[in-house]
Design a protein around this ligand. Structure first.
Ligand code: GLU
Ligand code: MG
Length: 437
């Protein structure tokens, strides 16, 4: 199908949703330099219909400007036009990124990391989501049965993700009923964030076309298994080697990786407001769910906020290449751009201060006594979005990462989300977020 094709100029906002404007496909070349204008008050949108109090009136605009290498075109449907979009930078008049552009926040963190360390940041996201449709019954989780029951969906998904060129690695059943996980290969720099957004949007599109809803909400219902958006990461040096790895380092982590991990653990409770940024995020975060409940580090430990992942490789060169660390707290109510920005900034603080690697915990930190945790410097993660925002406010280092306009407007959106659900019961909150994400 070619007639009627629309190309979307899309951007991922404070609440991690992808918004867009569209142009007829034939006109795209005229839009590459200055994109399309967009009233910035839209950055104050909650995930719902409401707009948070904001400093922007009816005049202020930015240009949503397509980033050429994010072009995504998936054309696998007989009855619908190609799904065709670019991700955008939100630019101001001089061509630089707007202070409140989430992609700009990520790019600046990546640029500072590279300038100060000489290394490039490389990352990939795991995408857990719940697939549902009217009449879909119970299937045993984690089973061949559960994934073959939706075989036409996974076939179309695989085809679409291969066309989208996101480095698809796995499509598999997860632990929840109807839960699926997709993983893609890591990408260097900004492309890691772009790829995460593209992957998520293509998954949603395939769901839509086939009569399913693919929801990335952190907690579909209070009782269901949570959906995480874990981030795997490592560093690439100028020779193309993995600078996060050192065969002689603790757990295989190089000195720079050890400092990085320490910075992330140090600022972990404060960055929750950026990486797990919705009321439902805190129904997911907590011990015993492999989502993590404490600001802790562990080698291989799935209950740690930051872990070193095991590698099956025996060949030293391959082992080095495969080495990576994982941040487990994030979920898909956070923009991948904000997640990468916060992660890189926190790690960079650890590198600057040469912080020592925290003690590696080899069990669920909730099994330690309060005194043991206190002795190891392990703090619980916040238990609500309100608490997370208070902890970010109390961490001047984290606060300073965001331009003041971004900080204040971001917090206003998040406080509005809290206020919207202050009187609501958890089932209602879960339902609203399920439908929005
Ligand atoms: N679903 C878990 C979470 O919410 C993660 C399970 C896993 O280790 O893949 O983070
Ligand atoms: Mg998983």
């Amino acid at each position: 199908m070619a007639d009627g094709d629309i190309i979307y100029l899309a951007w991922n906002d404070y609440v991690g949703l992808t918004r867009c404007r569209g142009v007829p496909a034939g006109d795209i070349s005229k839009r590459m330099e200055y994109g399309l204008g967009w009233a910035v008050a839209g950055q104050a949108l909650t995930p719902f219909e409401d707009i948070a109090p904001n400093p922007w009136g009816p005049m202020l605009e930015v240009r949503q400007t397509p980033v050429p290498n994010t072009e995504t075109r998936v054309d696998i449907w007989d009855d619908a036009p190609a799904y065709h979009f670019f991700l955008c930078d939100s630019k101001v008049a001089d061509g630089s990124n707007w202070d409140c552009c989430t992609r700009g926040f990520m790019k600046q963190a990546l640029a500072d990391f590279e300038a100060e360390t000489g290394l490039q940041f490389m990352a990939s996201f795991e995408h857990e989501f719940l697939l549902s449709a009217p009449g879909m019954g119970y299937v045993t989780p984690f089973s061949i049965e559960s994934i073959r029951t939706v075989a036409p969906f996974t076939a179309a998904l695989t085809k679409a993700l291969l066309q989208a060129n996101v480095g698809l690695e796995t499509v598999e059943p997860e632990y929840g009923v109807g839960q699926i996980e997709v993983s893609c290969a890591p990408a260097i720099g900004a492309m890691a964030g772009d790829r995460a957004i593209i992957t998520r949007e293509v998954i949603r599109e395939v769901g839509r076309r086939m009569g399913y809803r693919a929801s990335f909400t952190p907690k579909p219902t209070l009782k269901s298994v949570g959906n995480g958006a874990h981030v795997h990461f490592s560093f690439v040096d100028k020779a193309g080697n993995n600078a996060a790895y050192d065969a002689n380092g603790t757990g295989g982590a190089s000195q720079v990786a050890q400092h990085f991990i320490a910075g992330v653990v140090k600022h972990m409770t404060a960055i929750c407001a950026l990486v797990a940024p919705s009321p439902v995020s805190y129904y997911r975060l907590g011990p015993h769910h492999w989502s993590c409940g404490f600001a802790s580090f562990g080698i291989q430990n799935r209950e740690a906020a930051v872990r070193i992942c095991p590698s099956p490789e025996r060949d030293p060169a391959k082992k080095s290449k495969a080495f990576n660390m994982e941040l487990r707290a994030p979920d898909a109510t956070a923009s991948p751009y904000m997640v990468i920005g916060a992660l890189v900034r926190a790690g960079l603080e650890g590198i600057r201060a040469k912080l020592p690697l925290p003690a590696s915990i080899d069990r669920d930190p909730s099994e330690l006594t309060d005194a043991e945790r206190a002795g190891l410097g392990i703090r619980p993660l916040p238990s609500s979005l309100g608490e997370a925002l208070d902890l970010m406010e109390a961490d001047p280092i984290v606060k300073a990462w965001l331009p003041p306009l971004m900080y204040n407007s971001y917090v206003a959106v998040k406080r509005t989300e809290i206020a919207m659900f202050a009187e609501a019961d958890p089932d209602h909150i879960c339902k609203r977020y399920h439908d929005a994400y």
